[in-house]
Write a protein that binds this ligand. Structure first.
Ligand code: FAQ
Length: 310
């Protein structure tokens, strides 16, 4: 019976049908989606911290308003994504607790510090640029609620990318000092951004099944390559140098990167990146400080339900 169901399920995927919350699905499909969607949600929530660090120091009211709006969008993305994970039967409390306990992953990129204002430009330009490259194909993911959430998320990410690129343009057309600040930020973020796409294809343990289930439409290396090809001309336009002396263009016009230091990636995933401890400490404090809000909301919901019954 289960084998027949699994076959029908795969036939629906192959026919590009969307899988919805109440449809039958293999438990491994459910598990991998809960894993990916919750990691994605945690990334959005932890991802507010590096930029949040600059809200009080944005150089003008206009920059401050845009940054504030961007960080609020990230919070919204996190909430849609938790809601999408809940449609699979996961509980939000459990997911959040796993993150706070350091058991659940979130993107490696958010474990790096934002040292100067140029980092805010680079995050929008490259981190959001990489996020879009990865998330546009997820709009066609086989699981309906995740795919639909990604459509709205991608629209907002493209505004984020543009606000970042515009900061970079301003700095690169500014004083020598501003241009140097932009280059220095690019130097620090370039390699960690390439790691956002995940391990190389031969080391990516989930890729085969996620591709078969049309959760993934492109491999980690394919998306990394698309990102680099899109980004090199943007760096050239800014007059910045990609900090990869071995990068070269092949005959098809692709920019081939030099070796990535995967030991750094492993260290960050193991909790030993430059900011892992700070990030978790900040999330734990926020969660504890927000306990009264959750309690008040639950008490209010209970009161309303009682009133409706009466
Ligand atoms: N960091 O077998 P694979 C954003 C883990 S964008 C940490 O290749 P998969 C927007 C992976 O989970 C960032 N862990 O895995 C924003 C797995 O571990 P597990 C978030 C990583 O799932 C911008 C193991 O390595 N975006 O937040 C990373 O097939 C600015 C083996 O890897 C998403 O989450 C990494 N970089 O492919 C917010 C997109 N890479 O679970 C604020 C959705 C891999 O077995 C400011 N996710 N790992 O313990 C995906 O597309 C996929 O999950 C991949 C990984 C492509 C990330």
């Amino acid at each position: 019976e289960d084998a027949a169901r699994a076959q029908r399920f795969q036939a629906r995927i192959d026919a590009e049908e969307r899988i919805e919350p109440n449809d039958w699905m293999p438990s491994a499909y459910r598990k991998t989606l809960v894993r990916q969607i919750s990691q994605h949600a945690h990334s959005e929530i932890v991802g507010m911290l590096p930029e949040g660090n600059w809200i009080t120091r944005a150089p003008s009211l206009r920059r401050k308003a845009a940054l504030l709006a961007k960080v609020q969008d990230e919070c919204g993305h996190g909430l849609y994504l938790y809601a999408a994970a809940e449609t699979l039967g996961a509980s939000r409390e459990e997911l959040v607790d796993a993150m706070l306990a350091g058991k659940a992953k979130y993107s490696s990129i958010f474990n790096y510090p934002t040292l100067t204002w140029a980092d805010i430009g680079v995050i929008g330009w490259l981190v959001d640029g990489a996020a879009i490259m990865n998330q546009i194909p997820l709009c066609r993911c086989s699981y309906g609620p995740y795919a639909r959430a990604m459509i709205r998320v991608c629209k907002e990410e493209s505004f984020h990318q543009r606000q970042g690129y515009e900061i970079m343009l301003t700095l690169c057309h500014g004083s020598a000092e501003q241009k140097a600040m932009a280059q220095e930020a690019l130097n620090r973020w370039w390699w960690p951004v390439l790691m956002m796409f995940g391990p190389p294809d031969q080391a990516s343990q989930h890729s085969d099944t996620s591709t078969k289930w049309k959760i993934k439409r492109f491999s980690n290396d394919e998306l990394r390559q698309k990102f680099i090809d899109a980004t090199v001309p943007q760096a050239q336009y800014l007059g910045l140098i990609i900090p990869d002396p071995r990068m070269k263009q092949d005959e098809q016009g692709h920019w081939v990167h030099g070796p990535i230091d995967w030991s750094e990636f492993k260290q960050v995933l193991a909790g030993n990146g430059p900011c892992n401890r700070d990030r978790l400490a900040a999330r734990r404090k926020a969660h504890a400080d927000g306990a009264w809000v959750r309690e008040a909301a639950a008490a209010y919901a209970e009161k309303r339900a009682r009133r409706q019954m009466a």
